[in-house]
Write a protein that binds this ligand. Structure first.
Ligand SMILES: NC(=O)c1ccc[n+]([C@@H]2O[C@H](COP(=O)([O-])OP(=O)(O)OC[C@H]3O[C@@H](n4cnc5c(N)ncnc54)[C@H](OP(=O)(O)O)[C@@H]3O)[C@@H](O)[C@H]2O)c1
Length: 172
């Protein structure tokens, strides 16, 4: 029996991964407003082997394309170069490019603000780290997200330097 996945190709599912403060904040001044090592580890583990779709500021914050996964940067600036990543003109283009990349894991919408807002309607699952505190910030996650998803799984509360958080997986 042949390997059908190689012959016909199976489309990758599109998922979203994000860490969100109680008041919806996801970023401040081009950075995450918190430092939670376990959340970074969770992000790295989940997205490994898949393809990340991100904006150019997110790429800059990470400083490079992460190893062990594909990266597509969504930007209309055709002259910009993102080493280790592909560039797409818009989200639709990004998903098409990600589908064609040789990574077999899911396509991950990984921010920032507009990429989440446009990408969330495409997502079957949402991997959300809920941070149980309000933060000052200039970037937010869409406030109506919970209307479109059901909670499938969640972790016990984690804590780092007094900041509590929960890992949750929601499904459309
Ligand atoms: N908490 C979390 O889980 C999380 C995750 C990710 C990011 N963040 C935070 O979010 C902030 C960075 O995100 P950001 O929103 O400022 O920037 P970003 O999404 O990285 O980049 C914004 C740029 O993306 C391009 N873009 C976005 N949507 C597009 C579209 N549909 N078509 C074409 N281009 C598009 C535009 O660039 P051009 O002008 O070049 O076209 C836009 O100026 C940081 O503070 C970061 O820490 C938080």
């Amino acid at each position: 029996m042949g390997d059908f996945t190689k012959v016909i190709g199976v489309p990758k599912p599109v998922y979203c991964i994000v860490a969100v403060a109680q008041n919806g904040v996801i970023g401040q001044g081009g950075r995450l407003p918190w430092h939670i090592p376990e959340d970074l580890e969770w992000f790295m583990d989940q997205t490994e082997g898949g393809v990340m779709i991100e904006g150019p500021r997110c790429y800059q914050e990470l400083g490079k394309a992460l190893e062990g996964r594909g990266t597509v940067v969504v930007s209309r600036q055709a002259t910009m170069n993102y080493p280790g990543a592909e560039r797409a003109n818009d989200l639709e283009d990004a998903v098409r490019i990600a589908q064609g990349m040789p990574w077999t894991g899911p396509i991950w919408i990984t921010g920032g603000e507009r990429i989440y807002a446009e990408g969330l309607p495409l997502c079957e699952k949402l991997y959300i780290t809920r941070i149980h505190r309000n933060f000052e910030g200039d970037r937010k996650f869409p406030s109506d997200w919970a209307q479109h998803f059901k909670r499938l799984a969640w972790s016990k509360d984690g804590s780092f330097e007094g900041l509590n958080y929960t890992f949750e997986i929601w499904e459309r």
